[in-house]
Ligand binder design. Structure first.
Ligand code: C2O
Ligand code: CU
Ligand code: CU
Length: 520
């Protein structure tokens, strides 16, 4: 299966010459402390219909900021929620709804290269537009940040989040049609942590022992400004995937964190546009994954390497107690990201013994027989004539084609993602949480010729770390990846898409619509 799980890439279309970039290997590593994003504080509260308590109202303005990613670099311009990348963390309790005001206070000119050929980014559209999506949130359609519901600088949106879901690490980010990849690259993202009683009863490391970790790759020009690569066509600058030469951790390049020799909980997000992360420690502790995208898993999974596609999250316990006095470096493959400096034993007064729970939370498998329908959906890449950008499509359709995926409310469906490309596409569905059933290799040329799926091997079960609730799945190349979901919560219009943001912005996103159960 290893070959199927790899991110394969056969060819890249020509890109314009890259300016001189900052080489992270030439900077002094581990001189900046890892910043921990501040916890958002409600600006006010409001009574809402149907709730006896007053609902907290947060205000997270989108602003242009400048921030230093490294001690020895000049400040970098970002677009951020509040004053940092990532923005403030929404720390909320399951069952307690909240409101967020998302004012767009950005300048009216974009500083990254807009491609006006892309759907939704035509020349007649304002350059700077935003709309915020809470990734992983089960919310009504009007709160979901539909890509076309963007607004311009000077405008705001006040969004209600019912928050009827289990504890999990969610994230909020821009979702604007046609320029989502640029707005997110500019820095428009932050975390949302949902807590619940079940999680609290587990007595997991908390407070300063719980570390949110937003990882994202970027490129910086020689004067430390964000560089977003472009194609050789000045009128059509889109490129199929963007990979930075450095990975920032909570907005810093090569930071360090002082830790005690004890158990820690890391809440990790891959917020990159297109880079898959393969996280590991150079030496020392292994990671015990206890949660996936949509919350806690049934049992811990010990791993040396943690793979995270863009959009995926992991909840991980790391035991530093064996490393007192040592320094342990978190790597992406061989590239350094973050140094943990473990205090000597005895330095800390507070050595409470936390253990890794062996039974975390039941995650009953959804039986395939619960599905009333299977949708076979292709992931394809169209290679246009020279000088035209490639396009990636979901089931051969474009954004503006009629809606074809219309599940009934409270029904369960299997979606079979038939990947005809050489890439792994992290496919994300809004609204629902799902489970991964399996992956199975098939004969792509034969499919292209006769439109029939001929399997070339056995099915592979999900990886152990994928056995929990998910909202983003790695659909591997030349394989059929099957997921099963119950479409609960709300009726109305949502989207599903590839979370490689360059693909998403170029037609690899489709609406789906949950219909009331009676309207079959
Ligand atoms: Cu994280 Cu539709 O997005
Ligand atoms: Cu989402
Ligand atoms: Cu994709």
């Amino acid at each position: 299966m290893a070959h199927l799980l790899m991110q394969m890439r056969h060819r890249m279309p020509p890109a314009a010459p890259v300016p001189k970039l900052i080489d992270p290997a030439r900077l002094t590593p581990f001189v900046d402390p890892l910043p921990i994003p501040e916890i958002a504080v409600p600006a006010t509260s409001r009574s809402v219909a149907g709730s006896s308590r007053r609902v907290p109202v947060y205000r997270l303005p989108m602003q242009e900021i400048s921030a230093k990613v490294h001690r020895d670099l000049p400040p970098t311009r970002f677009w951020a929620f509040g004053s940092g990348v990532p923005g403030p963390t929404l720390n909320v309790r399951s069952g307690e709804s909240f409101i967020v005001q998302w004012p767009n206070e950005l300048p009216t000119r974009h500083f990254l290269p807009i491609d006006h050929h892309l759907m939704g980014a035509e020349k007649n559209k304002p350059a700077v537009r935003t709309v915020v999506h809470l990734h992983g949130g089960r919310v009504p359609p009007e709160s979901d940040g539909y890509p076309e519901n963007w607004y311009t600088p000077g405008k705001s949106a006040s969004v209600h989040y019912p928050n009827e879901q289990e504890s999990a690490l969610l994230w909020y980010h821009d979702h604007t049609m046609g320029i989502n990849r640029l707005n997110v690259y500019a820095g428009l993202m932050g975390l949302c942590i949902i807590r619940d009683a079940h999680e609290e009863a587990l007595d997991l490391p908390a407070g300063k022992y719980e570390i949110p970790l937003v990882l994202l790759d970027r490129m910086l020009t020689a004067d430390a400004q964000l560089y977003y690569p472009v194609s050789i066509r000045p009128e059509a600058p889109w490129t199929p995937e963007v990979f930075g030469n450095m990975v920032l951790a909570n907005g810093k390049l090569l930071p360090f964190l002082n830790v005690e020799p004890r158990l820690y909980r890391l809440r990790i997000l891959n917020g990159s546009n297109a880079r898959f992360l393969r996280l590991k420690f150079a030496s020392g502790p292994s990671m015990h994954q206890i949660g996936s995208d949509q919350g806690l898993m049934e049992r811990p999974v010990e791993s040396r390497v943690l793979t995270l596609a863009p959009g995926e999250r992991a909840d991980v316990l790391v035991d530093f107690s064996g490393g007192a006095g040592e320094e342990m470096v978190l790597l992406n493959d061989t590239v350094r990201i973050l140094q943990f400096r473990v205090e000597r034993a005895g330095e800390s007064k507070n050595q409470s013994i936390h253990t890794i729970p062996q039974k975390i939370r039941p995650v009953p498998r959804i039986p395939e027989s619960a599905a009333i329908r299977t949708r076979v959906l292709t992931l394809e890449e169209l290679d246009d004539v020279l000088d035209e950008p490639d396009v990636h499509l979901l089931n051969g359709a474009r954004w503006h084609d009629p809606v074809t995926e219309k599940p009934l409310l409270d029904s369960t469906e299997i979606w079979s993602l038939v990947n005809l490309t050489d890439d792994t596409h992290p496919i994300h569905l809004h609204l629902v949480r799902f489970q991964i059933l399996d992956r199975r290799p098939f004969d792509v040329p034969r499919y292209l010729e006769r439109k029939e799926i001929h399997y070339t091997g056995d099915t592979f079960p999900p990886e152990p770390g994928e056995m929990g609730w998910k909202d983003t799945v790695r659909a591997t190349p030349a394989a059929v990846t099957r997921i099963i979901a119950r479409f609960e919560g709300y009726t109305g219009r949502y989207v599903w898409h590839c979370h490689l943001l360059e693909h998403e912005d170029n037609e690899m996103m489709r609406p789906f619509e949950v219909l009331p159960a009676a309207s079959s």
